[in-house]
Design a protein. Structure first.
Length: 161
């Protein structure tokens, strides 16, 4: 079953690289009492993710936050080393959370996992964005084609805020 608008996010723990090393961050820490934009990508450093999806959120970060959003996070089925390197190379370190869902546990619990083995990627996340208020999904935008980032892009999210 896929998560839907009005559903509460399942409990999960991510890893995130910080200047002090890796830290664990729970869904409760990230979402409780906050309004958060969460978007997911099939993989760090992949073409659409790095050239289109992530840059849109970094470029529109201040506009999104000015709409009453407390935080922005990106999640991918990658390890925290990869997510940390992506944060560093993209200039996003410290601007948004780069969350490693290393075992796809969170992604699978949302019902938003995708088997991309044919492309050599294995189990990954579908590309999506959502607005989460106090742990509850308020909007959900899932891409039909993982090679596109329009429905789940920053421009669409800004229109929804």
């Amino acid at each position: 079953m896929t998560i839907a608008i009005g559903d509460k996010l399942p409990a999960a723990t991510f890893k995130e690289k910080t200047s002090d090393g890796p830290v664990e961050i729970s869904t409760e820490q990230l979402f409780k009492g906050k309004r958060v934009v969460l978007f997911a990508v099939p993989g760090a450093f992949t073409p659409t993710c790095s050239l289109n999806h992530l840059p849109g959120y970094l470029e529109n970060r201040d506009s999104i936050l000015s709409k009453g959003v407390d935080d922005i996070a990106v999640v991918a089925v990658n390890d925290w080393h990869v997510m940390g390197a992506w944060a560093q190379s993209s200039g996003g370190m410290g601007k948004i959370h780069f969350l490693a869902d290393w075992d796809a546990g969170f992604t699978k619990s949302l019902g938003l996992d995708a088997d991309l083995s044919a492309g050599g990627l294995g189990v990954r996340s579908k590309r999506y964005s959502m607005l989460v208020e106090d742990g509850v999904v308020k909007s959900l935008n899932v891409e039909e084609n993982p090679g596109q980032a329009t429905v789940s892009g920053a421009a669409t999210m800004l229109e929804q805020l």
